[in-house]
Write a protein that binds this ligand. Structure first.
Ligand code: CTP
Length: 434
């Protein structure tokens, strides 16, 4: 059975469904060119009939460049948008088109059996509906139903089709079935309208797929030292009152827990929360932004990665009163002064660790997140809508990096934390290689 952690070239004779002569030639070339014991990743790239199909060619090229073997399967509709010849030339493999072409009659089983994942990009509303209902009336849908490996789906459609109740129901069903949704994002659409439904760009998709293909290794952060801030800070106004943020600390604690599970050493600098810290983490309890800053400054030199999940108060009272301020009939003016930007400081250090920021926005998520990543000069920023996230056990994150956006669909915070860390680890390792 294929695993995500390293397949080997085996049973390749069952993959193709073109002419027997082409199959023989292809496998001879392949078997000569490959060392059978070389670990590699293999995906089936399913293309369905939408205008975004043209991006699948670039996606295939990027994945192949990263050493992934790509077997393309197309629906009939997809061939109206991009030709199989293009994909065949790029992948070096005949394209799977028709379930009735297969002389062995079992390509739908074999192709998915030897794949580490099936990726549908673009996935039309129609194809998503088929997946949600388990239909298998063409080769690609049959491959998906007969698979024994993860399924990743990159929706692409017009905004009305995406927001239609039926599509939303189908997408929720896919998520509940364990299918990974990559995107969509909001942007200008082929029809000229602007809105949600646009497929992720090829580069962002390729990164998400590579992250998924290296999933499940429990030692992905082995030997790494992570410094994580979590929870809110509390800035005193007087002896009993203060300024704080609505943060439960759940996301930061989930990131710390996931990092430990992935083999990292973790220092968790935590604001006031009512959570039990993960066993194995070195925990530094703080209250104010100034205390958090001091704890981070101390730990930064021995950290490889800094993840600022804390909702740090941006202002503190210039002169907090030691005694409780008594009520009066006149208005009360408090002078507020900015707190230190902890993440900004870490990122500006000459030997800065790899920095990951969080952004909780109440509107214009993409615009604010992109600007924030730039301003703080950090390689990776995870953004969410504050109203969806605060105190909840699940969340949806959008990751912003040099390649673009990567949507981590709504799920529990532990699963999100692992996906975020895998992505960060991949960028960290990539950065260290160059
Ligand atoms: N952050 C920090 N120190 C601060 C403020 C924020 O380290 N004083 C970190 C947070 O932990 C988070 C990121 O910066 O990783 C973004 O925080 P946010 O408050 O959303 O950004 P700001 O720069 O404060 O922008 P604004 O509040 O205007 O949205």
């Amino acid at each position: 059975m294929p695993t995500l952690n390293g397949g080997y070239y085996h049973d390749v004779s069952a993959v193709l469904i073109t002419t027997p002569m082409q199959q023989t030639q292809h496998f001879l070339v392949k078997m000569r060119g490959m060392t059978p014991a070389t670990p590699h990743r293999r995906i089936v790239l399913g293309i369905t009939g939408g205008i975004a199909a043209y991006k699948a060619a670039e996606l295939a090229r990027l994945l192949i460049k990263q050493g992934v073997e790509v077997q393309v399967a197309m629906t009939d509709a997809a061939t109206h948008f991009i030709t199989p010849a293009t994909l065949q030339a790029l992948t070096g493999q005949p394209v799977l088109l028709d379930q009735w072409q297969d002389d062995k009659g079992m390509s739908h089983i074999h192709s998915s059996r030897i794949a580490d994942a099936i990726v549908i990009a673009p996935a039309t509303a129609d194809f998503i509906a088929k997946l949600a209902h388990g239909l298998a009336d063409d080769l690609l849908s049959t491959l998906c139903l007969a698979r024994d490996c993860p399924l990743l789906v990159a929706p692409a459609m017009n905004k009305q089709m995406w927001s239609n109740a039926a599509t939303q129901r189908n997408v929720r069903q896919l998520a509940a079935d364990g299918v990974t949704l990559l995107g969509p994002v909001s942007g200008v659409q082929a029809c000229g309208e602007e809105g949600m439904g646009r497929m992720l760009e090829a580069e962002a998709l390729a990164q998400d797929i590579l992250t998924a293909l290296s999933v499940a290794s429990s030692d992905e952060l082995a030997g790494m030292r992570l410094l994580i801030t979590a929870g809110p800070t509390y800035e005193a106004i007087d002896a009993v009152r203060g300024i704080t943020n609505r943060s439960s600390g759940k996301m930061g604690y989930a990131v710390a827990q996931a990092a430990l599970e992935m083999g990292a050493q973790v220092t968790l600098v935590s604001g006031p929360v009512s959570l039990t810290p993960p066993a194995g983490a070195r925990v530094v309890d703080v209250t104010s932004a100034a205390e958090m800053f001091a704890a981070v400054q101390q730990a930064v030199p021995s950290s490889d990665m800094f993840i600022g999940v804390a909702a740090v108060a941006d202002y503190r009272v210039a002169q907090p009163s030691e005694q409780k301020i008594k009520k009066s009939d006149t208005s009360l003016n408090l002078q507020l002064v900015p707190t230190p930007d902890i993440l900004g400081w870490v990122a500006s250090q000459p030997k800065a660790p790899f920095c990951v920021g969080f952004a909780a926005e109440s509107e214009k998520l993409r615009e604010h997140a992109t600007a924030k990543r730039k301003k703080k000069n950090i390689p990776l920023l995870a953004a969410n809508l504050a109203q969806d996230a605060i105190g909840a056990d699940d969340n949806e994150l959008v990751l912003f990096d040099d390649a673009g956006e990567h949507v981590l669909p709504r799920t529990d915070k532990s699963t999100l934390a692992r996906a975020l860390l895998r992505h960060a680890a991949m960028l960290y390792k990539k950065g260290n290689q160059t």
